[in-house]
Design a protein around this ligand. Structure first.
Ligand code: FMN
Length: 325
């Protein structure tokens, strides 16, 4: 069972597909999740927020995978006060899981980051509200960017963050490292998952990873992309807040996938201080702390299904059980 649930946990999204996690599975103490600091993207993510969001999503996928197999989970976050890299300990409990958690399990192998243009069909408000509720249930808050004017201003902000980030020392080198990985490494951004770059007015700009090799359907270039932008925020501006926001991100993305929607997590505008401050002030307001943008919409009906992005083998992310436990 352990391998099976870990196979599902590592299907979680992660910044640059860096998979910044290590796991330790011990039959007595449960399953431990650690941050893999060798995979920390120090240029774009000096505070480790993206890293904890990614690990939080993996933690959430683990809990959902257990639920899919009929188990509940007891989650202890930051269980070791002397080790901030020990993000969580998960104890499987042989009790029926909550139905709404188990219901997310079938979406794990189906979810993808879709960077292509979406269809011109807007997403129903009921569905968007259900995603906002998911974020809340998993310990975060989510704001819809409603209205054309707000969307346009956020798009301008994303564009500004991209330009500021390109000027940042080390940005291009770090990006090149994670886009130029060998297939056998099982990580990084493959050009086959990056849409061939055709930005039309009104499109949400994607991060410029590398030359895109994922064709866009020509049909999708003839209409407006009606995707909705949402801002996921933490309830506290600390390590726990971003880990829990990662869990909420995992839940929102799986719930959207379950509804048949396409999604793109976008962190770029929140990695640049100036543009993050703008999002804070103009979109989410005080008392919450923006962590991740999520673009949601209907995939263009003429677009082919996306292949899964690669992952490292479980043996590469699993460390031996601790001795003496
Ligand atoms: C915290 C976080 C930040 C991300 N930021 C971006 C981003 O700015 N642009 C983007 O295209 N994808 C972004 N992604 C998506 C990842 O690149 C994607 O999850 C990874 O490549 C694996 O692909 P998959 O989601 O299809 O499994 C982000 C994901 C996470 C969890």
């Amino acid at each position: 069972m352990l391998r099976r649930v870990l196979e599902s946990a590592v299907r979680a999204p992660s910044v640059y597909n860096s998979q910044p996690w290590r796991w330790r599975a011990d039959s007595i103490a449960g399953i431990d999740l650690f941050a893999d600091r060798d995979r920390h993207l120090i240029t774009i993510d000096p505070d480790g927020r993206d890293l904890r969001l990614s690990c939080g999503a993996a933690l959430q996928h683990l809990v959902v995978a257990l639920a899919g197999l009929g188990w509940s989970a007891q989650v202890d976050r930051f269980p070791d006060p002397e080790n901030s890299g020990h993000l969580a300990r998960v104890e499987p409990v042989h009790e029926s899981p909550a139905a709404d958690v188990a219901r997310l399990a079938p979406a794990i192998p189906l979810r993808r980051t879709d960077r292509r243009r979406f269809s011109s069909d807007p997403v129903d408000r009921d569905m968007l509200d259900a995603l906002v509720a998911q974020a809340r249930d998993w310990g975060a808050e989510m704001h819809l960017v409603a209205g054309a004017a707000a969307r346009t201003r956020l798009i301008e902000t994303i564009t500004r963050s991209a330009s500021l980030q390109r000027q940042q020392a080390g940005y291009s080198a770090e990006l090149a490292r994670w886009t130029g990985r060998y297939a056998a490494a099982g990580d990084g951004i493959e050009s086959t998952t990056v849409a061939a770059g055709i930005d039309l007015p009104g499109d949400v700009p994607m991060r410029r990873f590398t030359r895109g090799a994922l064709p866009q359907s020509t049909h999708s270039l003839t209409h407006v992309d009606a995707s909705t932008l949402m801002v996921l925020s933490a309830r506290s501006d600390d390590r726990l807040g971003s880990l829990r926001a990662g869990e909420a991100a995992g839940a929102v993305l799986l719930a959207a996938t379950g509804l048949g929607l396409a999604t793109t997590p976008l962190s770029q505008p929140l990695e640049v201080r100036r543009t993050r401050d703008w999002v804070s002030e103009h979109i989410v307001g005080p008392q919450v702390f923006p962590q991740l943008l999520i673009r949601v919409g209907w995939a263009d009906p003429h677009s082919p299904p996306l292949p899964p992005a690669r992952r490292r083998a479980i043996d590469h992310v699993l460390q031996p059980p601790a001795t003496g436990t």
